[in-house]
Design a protein around this ligand. Structure first.
Ligand code: NAD
Length: 282
């Protein structure tokens, strides 16, 4: 069965829209999400546009702030700090990747944890690890929702996460652990990847290596979540999972596009509302 991330995300956004309207009525203004785009990377621009569009749908004011690729680090830090100090801004997102002259850690550290809608600030990362209240990063949060949409309990399952990035693999492994899965993280140095992925009741692949996982590497009846996005032509995206063969074996599988991507955007909207709610004590 195909896990239709676009349809599930649409349902999430519709209920967020109602919640946003109620919160806006209480606050006397709409929530505001600032989205910072540096340079002219076409993929980044597309992501920013889809976030601004989703914000408009939900009833969040999207404030797009753009800088040329040549912007200096200090100038960018000052601009992000100004957004952070602006009481009318509830959430700040800096679209990654940033140009080479800018250290992304310095930029992300300037965003206060209360406005960190991506959940990338060290305080939010630490809180997630400690099981404390925090903003959960959007992609892993959306993946858990996709798994939950299958109606299969995560508790007790064997989960394999391929990829160990700070934005997907590591936080997702912690969320699965919190739900009592037995979790393995595989990565580029893993020996005999297939023998590990074949054990997975829940297999999540986030490597950016197109077609890395084929049907022979999937356990029959598994839930397969494909996070990877590789642009193979201006109009075609490919995931990390070979959909044709894996979909013959899996019980549930996400397509690319239309799986994890729309859920990530929906979770960003949810995180923005959560920041708005807690900052204003609504
Ligand atoms: P990254 O590029 O930071 O890291 C890739 C990870 O994959 C590393 O941990 C590496 O060890 C592992 N890896 C690479 N090649 C491997 C191999 N052959 N076998 C096993 N492991 C391997 O990763 P990221 O930022 O998490 O992004 C991963 C992919 O997910 C990219 O394609 C990215 O575009 C996509 N992505 C999608 C969304 C979304 O919303 N759909 C969000 C974030 C990332």
């Amino acid at each position: 069965m195909i896990l239709d991330g676009a349809a599930i995300a649409q349902g999430v956004k519709e209920s967020l829209r109602q919640r946003a309207a109620k919160l806006a009525a209480r606050a006397g203004r709409k929530p505001c999400l600032a989205v910072v785009l540096v340079g002219d990377n076409p993929a980044s621009r597309t992501y920013v546009q889809s976030k601004i569009k989703a914000a408009a749908f939900v009833g969040i004011e999207g404030r797009e702030v753009e800088f040329p690729a040549t912007v200096g680090e200090e100038e960018l830090l000052d601009a992000v700090a100004a957004l952070d100090a602006d009481s009318l801004v509830d959430g700040i997102l800096v679209q990654l990747p940033l140009p080479a002259q800018i250290n992304p850690d310095r930029v992300l550290d300037v965003i206060s944890p209360a406005k960190d809608v991506d959940g990338f600030h060290p305080q939010n990362v630490a809180s997630l690890q400690l099981g404390r209240h925090c903003t959960v990063p959007c992609t892993p949060k959306g993946i858990i929702r996709l798994i939950d949409s299958t109606g299969t309990p995560i508790d007790g399952k064997t989960a394999v996460v391929v990829g160990r990035s700070n934005i997907v693999g590591k936080p997702l492994a912690k969320l699965l652990l919190d739900r009592n899965a037995t979790v393995t993280i595989a990565h580029s140095h893993t020996q005999d990847l297939a023998s590990i992925t074949r054990q997975a009741d829940i297999l999540v692949v986030a490597t950016g290596h197109a077609g890395l996982i084929d049907g022979s590497m999937v356990k029959p009846g598994a839930i397969v979540i494909d996070v990877g996005i590789t642009r193979i032509s201006p109009t075609r995206l490919k995931g990390d999972v070979d959909f044709a063969s894996a979909s013959q074996v899996a019980a549930f599988i996400t397509p690319v596009p239309g799986g994890v991507g729309p859920m990530t955007v929906a979770m960003l909207m949810e995180n923005t509302l959560e920041c708005f709610e807690s900052r204003l004590g609504l």
